[in-house]
Design a binder for this molecule. Sequence first.
Ligand SMILES: [Zn+2]
Length: 356
Amino acid sequence: MRLKSVFRRARPFLRTVRMAFRSRAVILLYHRVAAPQADPLLLCASPAHFEQHLALIQKEYTPLSLADLAAAHAAGRIPDRAVVITFDDGYADNLHAAAPILRRYGARATVFVAGACLEGKPFFYDEMEEILLLAPRLPRTLRITIDGAARAWDLADWARLPKTADETYWKWNLESASDPTPRHRCYRELFGLLRGASAATRSRAIAALRKAAAIGAASPGAKRWMTRAEIRRAAKEGTLEFGAHTRNHPALNKLAIEDQREEIVSGKRMLESAAGMPVRAFAYPYGSPWDVSPTTLRLAREAGFCAACANTPAPVDSESDLFWLPRCLVRDWDGEEFARRLSAFFEPRADIPPQG
Ligand SMILES: [Zn+2]
């Protein structure tokens, strides 16, 4: 009896010891390799920084592809200090800027592509950036109606973008504590309104914004998606593997079950037809435990994927759920900071499961 209670009390300690000695891998989550003037969602790592990240991974860790990690997990043998590189969304710079660097360091990456990108539809927040942060001229008062509710933003002197806009203007992002101009405030508020909205509401709101701002269709510019032809060529070449990321990039748990299934399955089919090969991996859009539900995980399993990635900072070990693989978001860190952060990502940490 006594011995039993000693064991019971020792259980949390033994669990911690087991966790500390288990082999662990880290899946990194990037979006873009580029150095643009504005990056309000902190999606970019500069090519120079990305190269520093790869040099460190090659020197001190074991680069692994996501498919190899999933196979190692299934076999119960995760190589220690393994690092997997993933990109979300399907920006063309993954192919033109990141892939040559990956090749130089003998690494591979998985790119999760949203189906809408294959149809050439830009993300609402990229359009917001083009209009609200980059347009030289906007009306003094920006009025749009979203789902029947009228909204207005007074841009005051910032209706015209001054040539002298400085670091405070360009370095602003959604994690900044304050909004230096009305343009930034408008971006923040509109992003909050549209993040959880349906694809139809988002596209109506962006069309209304374009009309109010008197700015025509999205400019093709440098920030573009990989085309279907580029995806097919890259899938054959092999440095980049491709995974699905739904069709319209919604926060899945905001949708009815049938709509979630349709988003997941149609995104997979669209990508398979572009890549010309089966797609076995999936990443939940936004990917926090508050953007999916346990039902979403079941739907991903039923859709025929082998693994699905989240966006929660924790390492992967033999007890991780293959349909809730944690990933650690990477920012535009220099080599030194990346080294510090990557070593911290390997610390054992309990992952937060999706909320019910
Ligand atoms: Zn995404």
